[in-house]
Design a protein around this ligand. Structure first.
Ligand code: ADP
Ligand code: MG
Length: 265
């Protein structure tokens, strides 16, 4: 039975790993563009004070008067802050001011729920998305916990190197705490191998060890390491636009397909 009048809640995916440089931001931009290519309505949320996601979508954070910081700490209506982008996704942008949000929120009751509330208001206000992708900062602080509290699932980009292990356990401890205290429905969607060098057996061995040690699903295919990714942010578009049929773009399209299938299950 079709119920057109009922707006389904969006799938909210937190892309998290407290390690920097593992392609969280690249994955959010690329998966977002791939979902938009398939006709999905997508909102990306930049939760990193470095504002790399905002910048990579062609928006200079310095030109912005309002950003996610105002929404989270000053009660600014989220509608006033969301921007459209050439990639076909909407963006809730960040600026360096977000660095203060961590401290501003620390003394607030209910801080873990602040983003969840914002996204619920958005839905209730009639602006509806099929997907909301949360680009987490490289820490396990207030903003990451707020993202995990708002999320349906968490996707963990992982560069398959010998030492990439250690952070995963800490991140999963945080996920357990979030499940216990603020979001019992949070699901771990798995690890996404990034910056993947398929020419060596090493990467596959590390990936298998991590998946087995922590009992994690691996979201396939791995995203190959390619120089094309370096060019995309400066163009203000994701690699899906700057390098349409590259292996990296195709890999992200396949991953988006896998995530769509996962969300339907
Ligand atoms: P994070 O958000 O986890 O800090 P980024 O997405 O900013 O990571 O990526 C870190 C750097 O790696 C960026 O310079 C980005 O362009 C580059 N990068 C990301 N994915 C790839 C890839 N598959 N191949 C090569 N370089 C990549
Ligand atoms: Mg980032």
């Amino acid at each position: 039975v079709l119920m057109n009048s009922v707006q389904a809640a969006p799938t909210i995916l937190a892309v998290a790993n407290q390690k920097g440089g593992v392609a969280k931001t690249t994955s959010v931009a690329s998966i977002g563009a791939a979902l938009a290519e398939r006709g999905q309505r997508v909102l990306l949320v930049d939760l990193d004070p470095q504002a790399c996601l905002t910048f990579s979508l062609g928006i200079d954070p310095e030109d912005l008067e309002l950003s996610v910081h105002h929404v989270l700490t000053k009660g600014t209506a989220v509608d006033e802050v969301i921007l459209g982008t050439e990639d076909g996704v909407d963006l809730l942008p960040a600026t360096i001011e977000l660095a203060r949000a961590e401290a501003d929120l620390l003394t607030r009751t209910g801080r873990e729920h602040v983003l969840r509330g914002v996204l619920e208001d958005l839905q209730a206000g009639g602006r509806s998305y099929d997907w909301v992708l949360l680009d987490c900062p490289p820490s396990l602080g207030v903003l990451t916990v707020a993202a995990l509290t708002a999320a349906t699932g968490v996707l963990i980009p992982l560069q398959c190197e010998t030492l990439s292990h250690r952070g995963v356990g800490q991140l999963l401890d945080t996920v357990h705490d979030v499940r216990r205290f603020t979001n019992r429905d949070l699901a771990v969607w798995g690890v996404l191998p990034t910056l993947y060098d398929g020419r060596t057996n090493h990467a596959r061995a590390v990936l298998d060890t991590i998946a087995e040690t922590y009992d994690l699903e691996v979201v396939e295919p791995p995203i190959p390491k390619t120089i094309k990714f370096a060019e995309a942010p400066a163009a203000g578009r994701s690699i899906l636009a700057t390098s349409r049929s590259s292996k990296g773009a195709e890999a992200y399209r396949e991953v988006a397909g896998a995530l769509l299938a996962r969300s339907a299950r």
